[in-house]
Design a protein. Structure first.
Length: 131
């Protein structure tokens, strides 16, 4: 069997001949790309600042589908928090338990309804479902 000759590498530098042209230039449809300083500033949006805490929290206790273990589910009304992962982390450390996010809801391990209701009440968030 004969050895095959090694092929040279393809030069990918911007000044390389085969790759120096853009697809638009090859097709004759070259568009002028504006530099970032030529781009006009976007109009300032008058959106509300992101909410760290929601307007209302609904607390529920669940055991179904969790092997008999109790979890506390927090669902949000009147605006969801801007960073549910960050809020879940704050709640986990404040309650001293594990937890995660499932969609827009936060699930804390254990029966944490009373403690969570007090935590949100101290931050002036309306709480529903605390018993």
């Amino acid at each position: 069997m004969a050895k095959q000759a090694k092929q040279g590498r393809i030069d990918t530098e911007p000044d390389a001949a085969p790759l120096a042209l853009s697809l638009g230039a090859l097709l004759g449809r070259e568009e002028v790309v504006r530099a970032p300083e030529d781009v006009p500033p976007e109009e300032e949006k008058t959106a509300k600042p992101p909410r760290e805490l929601p307007g209302r929290v609904i607390l529920t206790r669940e055991t179904k589908g969790r092997g008999g273990k109790t979890v506390t589910r927090l669902s949000f009304r009147e605006g969801t928090p801007s960073d549910p992962e960050g809020l879940a982390k704050k709640l986990r450390s404040a309650m001293g338990c594990g937890g995660t996010t499932e969609g827009d809801d936060i699930v804390l391990q254990g029966d944490q309804i009373q403690r969570t209701a007090e935590w949100f009440a101290a931050r002036k968030v309306r709480v529903t479902g605390a018993r």
